[in-house]
Design a protein around this ligand. Structure first.
Ligand code: SF4
Ligand code: SF4
Length: 421
């Protein structure tokens, strides 16, 4: 008779020597993980698969199943700790999904998605680790590396090459290459090596294969999650007389207006929306001042200059509920790709020595706002009540959240309306 454990109340058989995560996978029970891979030795470094085993927190990829164990995995307490881990990985690297080839097929992105991580509550590090593009077939973007060591293990255990290792500690930690030059070019790594395709994120990728995984086979499709709750706090009651409409204002900082375009993609449902909602300030009318306070403020874009800071503070003051809309507002997005580059160097490249520059000279008009050293997400400047992720969020997501609020409901975002790209 086979031995069993219980995972979240389900009886799961195991064979001697199996770990908890292996027994769970054989029983089609998903335990979130990043550094675990069934083909390689477990190293238990990411801690994402941590469960309560007989009441104690243990990594399920390194803990052997033992008869009678009671394992808790899918609980709010454990998932909220996993959300924190996912956030720490996002802020520690540069995870701008809209500009990443791995988007849609990324284990970290999918984990954050499944766990309902809508925003980053820690300051972003914006590291500037060296990218290695020396190899003709393989690219290493160290700013996306999550130190899962899967490439280290695959190179050693499958390819027999030992191409990778981890060097340094803390913020100086780096994925290092065992080669004379320290670059991939002379490392002996080849396109067909297991290590070249094992990376769960967009750090180590094969060139010319971006977005090649067919829809239906991506990480996102293989491990779908549940509806998530996008609440950042409790929705305050919006006091209204019967029949009184909700006042909505929108605003744009350093972004591309794509989020606003997506809002307009609600199309004919806008006609329904204006039955319950009236718009105050939008970039379409370009009104810079408020005529009166608003119930809901939707704001897109990151904070990149002194004018953005002033606009954002004023907007926050006049909006009872502030919703950060889109990747740029939530983590700086594509505009923050400049973070880590000296501002003067940026200006000189753009206005003096850059390709195609005519009449070189950095603009000095006193009306121009000062550029900040970094582009920041808006929650680093003001309090944000809700986060609506996406680049841009789909029109249906706007529709969903505004309809919820108009009906005095706490907004919940269905799983398929939430994404990071
Ligand atoms: S898709 Fe790319 S940017 Fe987004 S989490 Fe994955 S590795 Fe990071
Ligand atoms: S490059 Fe990829 S596989 Fe290697 S340690 Fe970093 S995240 Fe893991």
């Amino acid at each position: 008779m086979s031995q069993t454990i219980k995972i979240d109340g389900v009886t799961v058989p195991f064979v001697e020597g199996q770990t908890i995560i292996q027994a769970a996978q054989d029983a089609d029970i998903f335990i979130p993980h990043l550094c675990y891979h069934p083909d390689y030795s477990a190293n238990g470094s990411c801690k994402m698969c941590t469960c309560r085993v007989n009441g104690r927190q243990m990594s399920s990829c390194t803990t052997k199943a033992a008869a009678g164990q009671v394992v808790e995995s899918n609980t709010e307490e454990i998932n909220s700790e996993r959300r924190v881990l996912a956030q720490m990985l996002f802020v520690e690297g540069n995870h701008h999904c809209p500009s990443c080839e791995q988007s849609g097929n990324c284990v970290l992105q999918n984990m954050a998605h499944r766990l309902g991580m809508t925003a980053l509550t820690f300051p972003n590090f914006y590291p500037g680790r060296p990218t290695d593009a020396s190899h003709p077939d393989i690219l290493l973007n160290r700013d996306r590396c999550i130190y899962c060591e899967l490439c280290v293990r695959a190179s050693r255990e499958s390819d027999g090459k030992d191409v990778f290792c981890i060097s340094g500690r803390s913020e100086n930690k780096r994925l290092a290459i065992n080669s004379r030059s320290g670059e991939l070019l002379d490392s002996g790594l080849t396109r067909d090596d297991a290590a070249a395709s094992v990376c769960p994120v967009g750090a180590l990728i094969r060139k010319r294969e971006g977005f090649a995984t067919p829809i239906g086979e991506r990480e996102f499709d293989r491990n779908p999650g549940q509806a998530v709750n996008i609440r950042a706090g409790t929705l305050p009651k919006l006091p209204r007389q019967p029949g009184q409409k909700i006042r909505v204002a929108t605003c744009s900082l350093a972004g591309c207006f794509g989020c606003h375009m997506s809002l307009l993609d609600i199309d004919e449902r806008l006609v329904d929306l204006v039955q319950v909602v009236e718009f105050d300030r939008t970039p379409l009318d370009d009104i810079k001042d408020f005529t009166q306070d608003c119930d809901i403020g939707l704001i897109e874009g990151g904070v990149c200059n002194t004018e953005n800071v002033e606009t954002l503070r004023k907007f926050r003051k006049h909006c009872k509920v502030l919703i950060a809309v889109g990747a740029c507002a939530i983590n700086g997005g594509v505009p923050s790709l400049r973070n880590g580059i000296d501002v003067r160097e940026l200006l000189e490249t753009s206005y003096v020595d850059g390709l195609g520059v005519d009449n070189p000279g950095i603009p000095t008009d006193p009306e121009l706002p000062y550029i900040l050293e970094n582009v920041s997400p808006i929650h680093e400047v003001v309090k944000v009540d809700y986060f609506l992720p996406g680049c841009p969020p789909p029109a249906d997501a706007f529709w969903h959240i505004l309809s919820n609020i108009a009906q005095d409901e706490q907004p919940d975002l269905p799983y398929d309306l939430m994404h990071f790209d």
